[in-house]
Design a binder for this molecule. Structure first.
Ligand code: ADP
Ligand code: MG
Length: 403
């Protein structure tokens, strides 16, 4: 069975529960990058343009607390997202005060054709992420009761077996949104027959998130460049001392096995040769460039050094296909963004298929001022892209009928 798309749903006058990914980075109640909201607009306007009543379910951040009341009290609320979405759509987007309770029901009942409304942070409901099928099922039932149709367009959450992603589509006629279809089309290109050399750049905080994808990519990629926080575990596996840098000591063995497997398969793994080390984790920290063979005990790695920037650019210079996930430094601090900027520029210079995946990577590209059209595709989902490339079947895609 193939996935249904928006055109397969007769939406006029119907209330559509749209699962979107509006999980934007926040600084307090200020949205620091609205890319995921903008990426959700085409599906929303397709639906409203055809006379649907659009009720959006989405999550934001990591609400903490044992029960609904504690989470709702602690936040984060989707209120800033509702406001920004309203600005971008040019129409008011009211926000329910709950997820699938009285306020949500009243809001849903009051929608007119072409209206858009938002439910509160779906992760206020502990059942959303529950491992217990019955708990998720109960929440899914309450969400489904708010609408007649379901559209799954939250690409960044598709790898999660969550109630609003996985269970609701089983209860309502469902289709995949345009963002999900576009993301999957690009990932298929990357897995089918990528033009070679196919160079993968991986960064971000921890290797544990990405070891699976690296192992799988050894069968496909010509070369894997590794930077960012995750590189320190690789450098440690190679015998270097990394001072107070981020390290997953329990992954050193697995990393060594991945390095050996890469060597055996002839896949080149390129690691940093120098690093920017900071005396503390702060935007104004005292910092210096160190060779990886002489990294001091009381510093922590925060960016790739200038020699590594050149090395990575050289290793990208002949790439016909590039997939990049994860900043190679703490780009949120301008003093430590130079490595990520150098990588972004080297990738943007390639004429072939260039894909940037990951919420923080996409935010970095925009924050550093690169035009979005410098890349073939900027994916809204890091974890979801990686799991797809790993060869895992994504629960949210299965639920939408992907084969
Ligand atoms: P994405 O969201 O694109 O998938 P990740 O979430 O895996 O990326 O990683 C992004 C985070 O990794 C950023 O917040 C960045 O600050 C952090 N990071 C990158 N390099 C380092 C480093 N050297 N030390 C600590 N954190 C780092
Ligand atoms: Mg991230």
């Amino acid at each position: 069975m193939a996935m249904k798309s928006l055109q397969d749903l007769d939406v006029r006058g119907a209330t559509v529960l749209l699962r979107a990914d509006l999980n934007v980075p926040m600084d307090g109640t200020t949205i620091t990058d609205d890319g995921r909201i903008r990426a959700s607009l085409p599906t929303i306007t397709n639906l409203t343009g055809r006379g649907a009543r659009v009720l959006i379910a989405a999550h934001l951040g990591r609400p903490a607390g044992a029960d609904y009341a504690a989470r709702a009290a602690g936040g984060p609320s989707l209120a800033p997202v509702a406001a920004r979405l309203g600005e971008l759509l040019g129409q008011e987007v009211p926000l329910a005060t709950d997820v699938a309770g009285e306020s949500a029901a009243a809001l849903a009942a009051g929608l007119a054709d072409g209206d858009v409304a938002l439910l509160e942070n779906v992760r206020f409901e502990p059942a959303e992420t529950s491992k217990d099928d019955a708990e998720r099922g109960e929440l899914a039932g309450r969400l489904a009761a708010l609408a007649q149709l379901y559209v799954g367009d939250g690409f960044g959450a598709l790898h999660r077996k969550h109630a609003s992603v996985y269970d609701v589509p089983a209860l309502l006629p469902s289709a995949a949104g345009d963002l999900v279809l576009a993301e999957v089309a690009v990932l298929r290109q990357l897995t089918a027959a990528p033009e070679r050399p196919y160079v993968v750049v991986l960064g971000g905080a921890k290797p544990s998130d990405k070891l699976g994808v690296i192992e799988n990519l050894l069968g496909q990629a010509s070369r894997v460049l590794i930077g960012g926080g995750m590189s320190y575990t690789f450098l440690t596996a190679q015998g270097h001392e990394m001072g107070r840098s981020l390290l997953e000591a329990d992954k050193v063995g697995e990393v060594s096995r991945v390095l050996a497997a890469a060597a055996e398969r002839g896949v080149e793994i390129v690691l940093p040769v120098d690093l920017v080390g900071a005396a503390k984790f702060a935007p104004d920290a005292e910092h210096h460039v160190f060779d990886v063979t002489a990294f001091p005990a009381d510093y922590e790695g925060v960016d790739i050094g200038p020699a590594t920037r050149e090395l990575f650019a050289a290793k990208l210079a002949d790439a016909a296909t590039v997939f990049w996930n994860g900043p190679v430094g703490v780009f949120e601090f301008p003093a430590f963004a130079a490595g990520t900027l150098a990588v972004a520029r080297a990738i943007a210079a390639r004429p072939g298929l260039t894909v940037v995946g990951g919420g923080d990577s996409a935010a970095a590209v925009r924050k550093l001022g690169l035009p979005e059209d410098a890349f073939s595709h900027i994916s809204t989902g890091g974890g979801a892209s990686l799991e797809y490339l790993e060869g895992s079947s994504l629960p949210g895609l299965q639920a939408l009928g992907a084969e």
